[in-house]
Design a protein around this ligand. Structure first.
Ligand code: BGC
Length: 507
């Protein structure tokens, strides 16, 4: 017992002595992230075109837990100056947001460019740049123009042409000030949730081939936009272009060869499908997964595999087409070859994977069923990427914690604990040699949390969705984050002196 107390105390003292010495580099970009449909509102302002979330929420309100939508959301379309003021209060180095394709191109195609759409983003970007906040822009965060979906969306092999046209218009108009580009946010959520199952717009639910064909068309569209930037804009504008993939950690449940392989397959299913064609040495889809799907497809009577192949030209185009790896990281899951298996539709991606998943009950849970606080999950994910893909430049482009609108309110200690642990993982990763350049907290403010509407809140600023002005107010996590940004260290004991948020000099 005595020995235990002694070890415990010395651990506390060691950590206490250490935290001041564990600094984030001065040029490390601390930021926060949002996405157009989740905050902007103005769904039909000026000549904006309809997107797939407008269509889904308007025609099937019951799809969303509280029957809400993003018609007004946090009304950033009107409140963008307030958003930038919040960034200045926090002392953010960077801000990641997305451009709404149908706000720029109401018909989805390049014939008609909305001057009101361009003006909105020009003003938003100008306001950030005025205060030295680096804009990091995502071209696509799930809000596909409905007119493109009417043509099949990501299932249409011509998709890359429409996306490249859109990307060029965005680079051309904003690239003088924007130097960090992200083509797609979370291919898994776009392809598996939107096309390969029935969880997100456009709810195509083609469990057989939806995910795989979408994945191929998406990475090709990404590569086309990437090379459009590299060849025609980068020489003058000098920025970088990458992609953001959701990389949660999947480790083995037991330390057995079977579970290690099961975890590997699960990682391929969850993110390797999108990362491997771009970041691996050989390109193309992950080998183990392709073999499994080919075998199952034959057994299921398909004349060819449900997972498409890349032509040599496509493989070469996509391989290496990214200046950095954007990582959205939230949680972890343990994977078993034999235990905790569930029934999945046949055929489907998850049936193809054929593994069981498990989350230990002791991992603290958030308000979201999928989001628990798993020990060392970000560290495990980042060091794995470093080793697997030859030490790519990485930005954490999302990381955050959800609470219900009633939990804790402004004193969001659960979120504070989560951010501190994640940022300590980021420091450990830097120490392990990961080329990590920045961290964007999700989210600057409460927003439309997709299927959960406004029932799950991830903002470090609360938004009052009952008030017409969509009033914003900082939570405790905002004060803690501000202190970390300012000092570049994580003081485990820091408590805000007051809950008044002001803009410090220099911002
Ligand atoms: C998405 C965000 C979302 C967040 C929390 C990420 O998968 O990119 O749009 O709000 O997770 O669910």
């Amino acid at each position: 017992m005595k020995l235990f107390v002694f070890i415990g105390l010395s651990a506390v003292f060691c950590n206490a002595a250490e935290w001041q010495d564990r600094r984030f580099p001065d040029d490390f970009l601390f930021g926060a992230a949002t996405a157009a449909y989740q905050i902007e509102g103005g769904w039909n302002a000026d000549d904006k075109g309809e997107n797939i979330w407008d269509r889904l929420t308007h025609t099937n309100p019951g799809f969303i837990a509280d029957r809400s939508n993003g018609d007004i959301a946090a009304d950033t379309y009107t409140n963008y100056r307030t958003d930038v003021e919040m960034m200045r209060q926090l002392g953010l180095d960077a801000y990641r947001f997305s451009v709404s394709w149908s706000r720029i191109l109401p018909d989805g195609l390049s014939n008609k460019v909305s001057s009101a759409g361009l003006a909105f983003y020009n003003n938003y970007i100008d306001e950030m740049v005025k205060y030295n906040i680096t804009p990091m822009v995502t071209l696509y965060h799930w809000d596909l123009p409905q007119k493109i979906q009417d043509l099949g969306g990501f299932m249409n092999p011509l998709f890359h042409e429409w996306f490249e046209d859109y990307a060029r218009i965005v680079f051309e108009n904003f690239g003088d000030r924007v130097k960090h580009w992200i083509t797609f946010n979370e291919p898994r959520e776009i392809c598996y949730e939107g096309y390969g199952s029935d969880t997100k717009a456009p709810v195509l639910n083609r469990t057989d081939i939806g995910t795989y064909y979408c994945a191929k068309n998406l990475v090709i569209a990404h590569a086309k936009a990437y090379y459009a930037y590299v060849n025609d804009f980068k020489p003058k504008q000098g920025g970088v272009c990458g992609i953001t993939i959701s990389v949660n950690w999947f480790g083995p449940l037991d330390d057995t060869a079977d579970d290690l392989l099961a975890a590997k397959i699960k990682r391929q299913v969850e993110w390797g499908l999108y990362a491997e064609p771009i970041f691996s040495e050989n390109g193309g889809f992950p080998t183990e997964l392709s073999e499994i799907v080919a075998k199952k497809s034959a057994e299921q009577g398909y004349k060819k595999s449900r997972i498409p192949e890349f032509t040599e030209e496509e493989r070469k185009l996509v391989q290496g087409s990214s200046d950095f790896f954007g990582v959205n990281h939230y949680s972890a899951t343990l994977v078993s070859a034999t235990k905790h298996k569930q029934l999945y539709p046949v055929p489907s991606l998850l049936d193809d994977a054929g593994v069981g998943i498990y989350r230990p009950p002791e991992w603290p849970e958030s308000a979201s069923s999928w989001l628990a606080m798993a020990p060392k999950s970000m560290y495990n994910a980042l060091t794995h990427l470093k080793n697997k893909y030859n030490n790519p430049t990485i930005y954490i482009t999302e990381n955050g914690w959800s609470e219900t609108p009633h939990d804790g309110n402004y004193i969001d200690d659960g979120r504070v604990r989560y951010f501190r642990a994640a940022l300590n993982d980021a420091l450990d990763s830097l120490e392990a040699g990961v080329d990590l350049r920045g961290y964007m907290a999700w989210s600057l403010m409460d927003n439309f949390e997709w299927n959960q509407g406004y029932l799950e809140r991830l903002g470090i600023y609360e938004v009052n969705f009952e008030s017409e002005s969509r009033e914003r107010r900082p939570r405790k996590s905002a004060f803690i984050y501000k202190q970390i940004i300012k000092t570049r260290v994580i003081d485990p004991n820091y408590e805000p002196e007051s809950y008044h948020m002001s803009i410090d000099e220099g911002h």
